[in-house]
Design a protein around this ligand. Structure first.
Ligand code: AMP
Ligand code: ZN
Length: 113
């Protein structure tokens, strides 16, 4: 997608702090961190919602999550981490390219919003 910020980052048209990349996804630092450690794990394929996934997309996302679990200690997330996938307007999704927020590096509570 030409005007998608995450596709632009993947193409190198917008700079980012990249921590990991493979054929399926890349992991960058969020520019507005909401925790001591705040990464975005971004599948390279552009789609907006979990509801848009093909079976192959779903299998690939599962592989990405497995890889993330292996990378977690080297990302400073050895004490645990939280994953958030905002879906649509009520969740406040601002970038319409599916991404997983990876939050950690601190103790977190779980407030009622
Ligand atoms: P969401 O609100 O779930 O769609 O999350 C989008 C996230 O992308 C936000 O946390 C933004 O801070 C982050 N973001 C937007 N532009 C960039 C960028 N150029 N580099 C890194 N993170 C970004
Ligand atoms: Zn995109």
């Amino acid at each position: 997608m030409n005007d998608c910020v995450f596709c632009k980052i993947e193409r190198g048209e917008i700079p980012s702090k990249k921590f990991y990349e493979d054929e399926l996804m890349f992991i960058i630092a969020d520019i507005e961190p909401k925790a001591e450690k705040h990464y975005l794990m971004i599948p390279k394929k552009h789609y907006k919602l979990l509801a848009d996934m093909t079976e192959e997309d779903a299998a690939n996302l599962a592989k990405c999550l497995k890889k993330l679990s292996e990378l977690a200690p080297s990302l400073g997330l050895g004490g645990g981490y939280r994953l958030v996938i905002n879906q649509g307007d009520d969740a406040g999704q601002t970038v319409h390219h599916l991404h997983v927020h990876v939050l950690g590096g601190q103790k977190m509570d779980f407030p009622k919003l």
